[in-house]
Write a protein that binds this ligand. Structure first.
Ligand code: NAG
Length: 777
């Protein structure tokens, strides 16, 4: 077995780990999420044809879990143990005993204790849910695949219970639809990871996916769209496939899924979006909008201005009818009412909405949104339900006893907890699984962002900032899977695995029992488990992350590699060729002092684990030279300081890659000190345009040189002729070539367009200028 370089581990620990002084890893078992207490013992239990599963005669309700265990054992040994309700005193040996105990309630509703001894296995809990959690632990102690060899389970003692009571996973079945069989599989994946809450996103602009008997057009019309956008919604021009697309769940199917989840101790939180993300409903019932429509079920992704009319009483009676049916279908206490991304433009222009604002003494449209949500919350209370909404519902004052799902970072969650409202943390930064998990150019098209395995793992749902009494309001956390760019269930699996494992440990395991390197070690067995289960998991954690440090004294780059996986060896080349196991083996950071293309990849047991990553390093006269900036870049786009533009690395098409300096309204005015008088004949400055992100190329550039850093001589002025409204995302270098001069200082001025140009969707608003790498030769 190949071992990782010690150094890789130590770099990983420096980069990722908190202090891990007392942390101890397991030697024989590989459990995810890691239980709170594990004591490994001598010996093992042997499963054979005579092994029985026993339940107390008065604990029939454990039978479902017991049968699940019997079937899991059958998959491995070929023999299904009998499940018997048997008097505990007559048990003898060679059995697995599942039992509810009446011990003091230290295990809570979902905790369990598991004792594996050579003669018996005892799984005990206070509640059936705890037994179901313990079942998942036993499953992970079984071999991965069917075997003829005697199946042994290592002797140990586990006492375990979750850190949080809300351990959620969300699935958007609107942007792409997944039939019942897929949804059940998804629920299996929740169960596997000891998650207990399935947030089912059932309605949105692009579809209405739940049958409502009183309003059949919701699914007849709103369940279908006439086509779907091709590629990323930010691309221009937008293109559509013209294929009718849709589907929905009948109420019978919903009941079937609810039961399926319930058997596995998973609660479903259905989401009915309001007042925004409602175009599918409005396509069916346009009278519920401010303008009256007509509308079509949306075919693109984004935020749309037509929302439910908040001034129309019909809207409320419609939603109450819908929610009555929904409440009857879902036994869980919580219903998600959306509340995110509600443009207020229609309400501003709508006489009914304005009349409602006046009649209810509301200040503005934000308070109208609060009124709306509050009213729905009150209604649902009469049905015995409680609402949860995206953090925007905080904006106009937090309604009633609403729970908050904090997705735009953790600030909303903090604010809600301070006001004693229950919170579920789902920040995009760590828990959006529709974001890239590896390097963008190596991954299938995704929404954007970057949430690799280690980033997910590093999340702490309870912000340090909260006081002890406020912390009690953090109910837990949840990972979200929006499916704009995820058309198939295979692709769902790819985005989910392995990040769901990291998320589960964030939700379940106490911080003092967490450690990323140890998790990555345990993941080696999880990857094999995924393989055995035929899950289409991502190997992106094996992608090599290249960390480049510039040594300005020596004018060279030091390259270090890490990855989010352990157990692999890293090989690399510096000439742009694809690495193989005959290439250079990475053992320690190394230096590069000439232009190079570095490619690196992980190999394990002779196998290339994922695509190589690439760094292009350009050494030029300004490389590693100090830069002085006249204007400071925005705090949102600081790169790695001024010298980012002379670090030999070019910014990518992703403005967030850390290589770009971004200026809001300001110009770039940079002076580079070449250190000594140097002969040069070329200066080039690279810029980004991403018109839809309000990032524009400079309107004009001036290149100047100086011997003393005071008196500059302009060598070239370039007026940019590219249309600022040119779509797409691209970079452009502007170059001055001139007769060789001997100088020490180089100055580049790039002029910001300052405001978005006329005809732009943000015309008149702040424009951005982005620069990376000023190359001097
Ligand atoms: C947000 C939207 C959602 C979209 C997702 C993609 C929330 C609460 N709202 O813009 O409709 O699918 O991001 O990451 O996430």
């Amino acid at each position: 077995m190949l071992r990782p370089a010690i150094l890789l581990l130590s770099i990983l620990s420096i980069l990722i780990l908190p202090t891990a002084a007392q942390y101890r890893s397991f030697s024989t078992v590989s459990l995810v999420p890691r239980p709170q207490h594990v004591k490994e013992q001598q010996g093992h239990f042997i499963l054979n044809a005579n092994t029985r599963i026993y339940l107390n005669p008065d604990q029939q309700y454990l039978e479902f879990t017991a049968q699940q265990l019997a079937q899991e054992i059958k998959k491995i040994t070929g023999q299904q143990p009998q499940v018997l309700f048997k008097n505990p005193r007559k048990r003898g040996s060679n059995f697995i005993y599942l039992t509810l105990t009446n011990t003091p309630d230290t295990l809570g509703p979902e905790g369990y204790s598991l004792k594996v001894e050579p003669t018996k296995i005892i799984l005990a809990a206070n509640q059936p849910a705890g037994i179901a959690m313990g079942l998942q632990t036993i499953n992970q102690l079984l071999p991965l695949t069917q075997t003829l060899a005697p199946v042994t389970i290592p002797a140990l003692e586990i006492t375990d219970k979750p850190r949080y009571s809300w351990r959620g996973l969300h699935l958007d079945v609107v942007r792409h639809f997944f039939p019942v069989a897929d949804v059940k599989k998804y629920i299996d994946y929740l169960a596997m990871h000891k998650l207990n809450t399935f947030h089912w996103h059932l309605t949105d602009d692009q579809g209405w996916r739940i049958e409502i008997k009183k309003y059949p057009k919701l699914t007849e019309v709103g369940g279908w769209r006439d086509g779907t956008i091709i590629g990323h919604a930010l691309e221009r021009p937008q293109q559509f496939d013209g294929k009718r697309y849709g589907g929905f769940y009948t109420q019978d199917e919903i009941r079937e899924v609810v039961q399926y989840a319930k058997d596995r101790h998973i609660t479903i939180v259905p989401e009915i979006e309001m007042p925004g993300h409602a175009l599918a409903a409005l396509a069916a019932y346009p009278e519920l909008s401010c303008t009256g429509g007509p509308f079509k079920t949306e075919q693109a992704w984004g935020i749309f201005e037509d929302v439910f009319c908040a001034g129309n009483e019909q809207t409320y009676s419609f939603l109450q009818d819908v929610l009555s049916e929904v409440s009857a279908l879902f036994p869980g206490q919580v219903i998600h009412i959306g509340g995110d991304e509600v443009p207020k433009t229609r309400w501003q222009a709508c006489p009914k909405c304005q009349a409602k604002i006046a009649a209810e003494n509301l200040k503005n449209e934000h308070e109208l949104q609060s009124y709306f949500i509050e009213r729905i919350g009150k209604f649902l209370k009469t049905k015995g339900k409680r609402i949860i909404g995206w953090d925007e519902i905080l904006d106009g004052g937090i309604p009633g006893n609403a729970l908050i799902m904090s997705w735009r970072g953790t600030a909303g969650g903090i604010k809600a907890a301070e006001q004693q409202h229950g919170v579920v943390m789902t920040p995009t930064s760590h828990l959006y699984l529709d974001y890239y998990q590896g390097e963008q150019q190596l991954e299938p098209l995704a929404f954007g962002g970057y949430t690799p395995l280690s980033k997910v793992y590093s999340f702490n749902p309870t912000p340090d900032k909260l006081t002890a009494s406020e912390r009690r309001f953090i109910l837990g956390a949840q990972a979200n899977l929006w499916t704009e760019y995820i058309p198939t269930f295979k692709h769902v699996e790819y985005m989910l695995f392995p990040r769901i494992a990291a998320a589960s440990e964030v939700f379940w395991t106490n911080p003092e029992n967490k450690n990323f390197t140890d998790f990555a070690e345990r993941m080696q067995q999880q990857y094999q488990r995924y393989e055995a289960l035929g899950i289409n998991y991502s190997t992106s954690a094996y992608q090599v992350k290249q960390h480049i440090a510039i040594d300005t004294a020596q004018r060279q780059a030091t390259i270090a590699f890490t990855s989010d996986a352990t157990g692999a060896q890293l090989f690399y080349t510096t000439d742009g060729s694809s690495p193989t196991q005959a290439s250079q083996l990475y053992t320690a950071p190394f230096t590069v002092n000439k232009t190079a293309t570095i490619k690196a990849a992980s190999f394990m047991d002779g196998r290339l684990m994922d695509e190589p990553t690439t760094t292009k390093l350009t050494l030029h006269q300004a490389f590693a030279r100090p830069v002085k900036l006249q204007n400071k870049p925005s705090r949102y786009f600081p790169g790695q300081g001024a010298a980012t533009i002379t670090n030999g690395l070019n910014g990518s098409l992703n403005q967030n890659d850390g290589q770009w300096l971004g200026f809001a309204t300001d110009n770039l005015e940079a002076i580079i000190d070449l250190g000594k008088s140097t002969t040069i004949s070329r200066i080039s400055s690279s810029h980004l345009q991403n018109m839809l992100a309000n990032i524009f190329l400079p309107t004009q550039l001036e290149f100047a040189v100086s011997e003393d850093g005071k008196k500059f001589k302009t060598v070239k002025t370039i007026v940019n002729t590219t249309d600022p409204l040119k779509g797409g995302i691209f970079t452009q270098a502007f170059t001055a070539e001139f007769a060789p001069v001997k100088v020490r200082f180089v100055k580049v001025i790039a002029r910001n367009i300052k405001v978005c140009p006329p005809k732009h969707r943000s015309a008149g608003k702040t424009a951005w200028l982005f620069v990376d790498e000023v190359v001097v030769d």
